[in-house]
Design a protein around this ligand. Structure first.
Ligand SMILES: NC(=O)C1=CN([C@@H]2O[C@H](COP(=O)(O)OP(=O)(O)OC[C@H]3O[C@@H](n4cnc5c(N)ncnc54)[C@H](OP(=O)(O)O)[C@@H]3O)[C@@H](O)[C@H]2O)[C@@H](O)CC1
Ligand SMILES: [K+]
Length: 491
């Protein structure tokens, strides 16, 4: 599991550790890890460190200090290092002295700096780290916009990315690799920030940290959570997931939600709705019941809303009246936005909401009676949006998008690392809803069901799209689920 901590927590842990160590120890640890990664990248690219061109962009804080010490280490191995000082009067003195004593070059003129930047084999972005506020300032911005030839390695965080939120309020440097210290920062795991970070490597510096603010599951975590039948299992013990989806206008949503549900680990899928004929034709293994969720027979979790059309309100009300977990998606969310959080007040079992940002805007408007916020603003502030919704509705929220974020009303937040933009395709959300509902029925808590579903769905999207990637359909994503499920279990 990847753990991320917000800046305030990192600072407190650093202060506590620094008080017990000789001055400069943490920066030396950070710089050594950073230099080792740079040396590996240069060796991979040019065969050796010796003779390579390295540019260090050094801002006015300790982030610049890390970069300068790492640059000095590379200079001692024969790299031709140029340190570009963005704020010469406030540069880290020790780091600068180290570069000078390793015979590195130091420049302060912007034009020279930009020319060096454009032809370097490797650039170290030490403009600003966790001390950054707002978008990059004028002097630094030109580096974000300049053409480049070599690898850009961000020190701790791509400059211009907000460490706590992943928001990018202005210009930011786009890195190929980010070397972060002590812990991941939430902004490295959540878009848009994550898309600036490239491959992220963690260098331990000995921090003792409290529980994380944000986590991201990895293969082993997901493998441990996947439901596996035992010899005693029958379909009811494995869980029956009820799918109330589809309408005369959207029968396909029912088929796709069932397609996801059949591959999510529940022992059976029970369908209620007007698309029974289409569902059974495609998946004869589906149990079909007349009427709505009320009186549909035994299920361990409901999925309501995909393609729900006109009947969505009644279906939602019947499912919410049950005492089993309920996943609300699509038209179900539109109805819930009209009803507001009060509609969930009487629930005794977990509720999982799976909005995209447009639906999230309507849910938020329903929660506080204001006009819906702009979906684009919510997309730029994904962590805050998911947290706000989870708190307002006292429900687990899976906010879909470039980085899917899952927030529990208790405060836990997970981000999904496996997405692909090819998944932005019609019906993809129906498959995800069915899959997550199936995992709920199999007994996973809502946070786990949602984050495992997002993980598998993202992997299935990548698998279906192939490498370097081609358009996928939601049906292919559903069909790829067993392959990625096996892949996760095999590690
Ligand atoms: N503490 C530790 O033990 C360890 C810390 N470590 C390292 O220290 C880093 C944190 O260092 P830090 O606290 O000095 O802040 P840092 O990120 O360099 O930025 C502050 C400077 O940037 C400026 N600035 C702000 N916003 C800006 C913008 N938008 N665009 C441009 N400039 C901007 C701001 O200027 P001011 O606002 O003061 O005018 C200020 O001068 C951390 O990320 C890690 O790399 C490691 O060595 C491990 C041990
Ligand atoms: K940086």
């Amino acid at each position: 599991m990847r753990h991320a901590h917000r800046v305030e927590i990192v600072r407190a842990s650093e202060a506590e550790l620094m008080a017990r160590l000789p001055e400069g120890t943490l920066m030396q640890r950070a710089a050594a890890g950073l230099a080792a990664t740079c040396a590996r990248l240069l060796t991979g690219r040019r065969g050796r460190v010796y003779g390579s061109r390295v540019v260090v962009l050094a801002g006015s804080g300790d982030n610049g200090g890390d970069a300068l010490y790492a640059g000095a280490a590379l200079a001692r191995r024969g790299a031709r290092v140029t340190a570009v000082l963005l704020a010469p009067e406030r540069v880290h003195a020790g780091g600068l002295a180290a570069v000078r004593s390793a015979r590195g070059r130091v420049v302060v003129e912007r034009e020279t700096g930009l020319a060096e930047f454009s032809r370097a084999d490797l650039v170290l972005d030490g403009i600003v780290g966790i001390g950054g506020r707002g978008g990059l300032r004028a002097g630094a911005r030109s580096y974000a916009e300049a053409a480049r030839r070599g690898v850009v390695v961000a020190v701790d965080l791509p400059s211009g990315v907000d460490a706590d939120t992943g928001e990018v309020p202005g210009a930011a440097l786009r890195a190929d690799v980010t070397v972060c210290f002590g812990t991941y920062k939430p902004g490295l795991l959540v878009d848009p920030g994550a898309s600036y970070a490239g491959a992220v490597q963690l260098v331990g510096i000995g921090l003792e940290l409290p529980p994380p603010d944000v986590t991201a599951l990895q293969h082993a975590d997901v493998a441990a959570l996947l439901p596996v039948p035992d010899v005693e299992s029958d379909k009811y013990r494995r869980g029956v997931v009820g799918v109330a989806a589809g309408s005369a206008t959207y029968p396909g949503a029912a088929v796709l939600a069932v397609a996801g549900a059949l591959r999510g680990g529940a022992g059976a899928v029970r369908y209620v709705g007007t698309a029974a004929e289409e569902v059974v034709r495609r998946f004869p293994e589906t149990l079909v019941t007349e009427g709505g969720p009320h009186g549909a027979g035994r299920v361990q979790a409901w999925v309501v809303g995909p393609g729900g059309g006109e009947g969505a309100r009644q279906t939602l009300a019947e499912a919410l009246a049950s005492d089993v977990p309920v996943l609300v998606d699509a038209d179900g969310l539109t109805e819930l936005g009209r009803l507001g959080p009060g509609a969930l007040a009487g629930r005794t079992a977990p509720t999982l909401l799976t909005p995209h940002t447009g639906e999230a805007a309507r849910l938020l408007a329903g929660a506080d009676g204001t006009a819906p916020p702009a979906a684009a603003d919510l997309a730029a502030a994904r962590l805050a949006t998911a947290r706000r919704l989870a708190a307002a509705y006292r429900a687990t929220v899976l906010l879909k998008g470039s980085t899917t974020v899952i927030a529990d009303p208790g405060g836990a937040v997970r981000v999904n690392p496996t997405g692909t933009s090819w998944l932005a395709t019609a019906g993809s959300g129906d498959v995800l809803a069915g899959l997550a509902g199936s995992l709920l029925a199999a007994g996973l808590p809502a946070l786990d069901a949602a984050s495992v579903a997002a993980y598998l769905h993202g992997l299935a999207g990548r698998h279906a799209a192939g490498e370097p990637g081609a358009p996928v359909t939601a049906s292919w994503v559903a069909e790829a689920l067993p392959v990625v499920w096996r892949g996760v279990r095999e590690g």
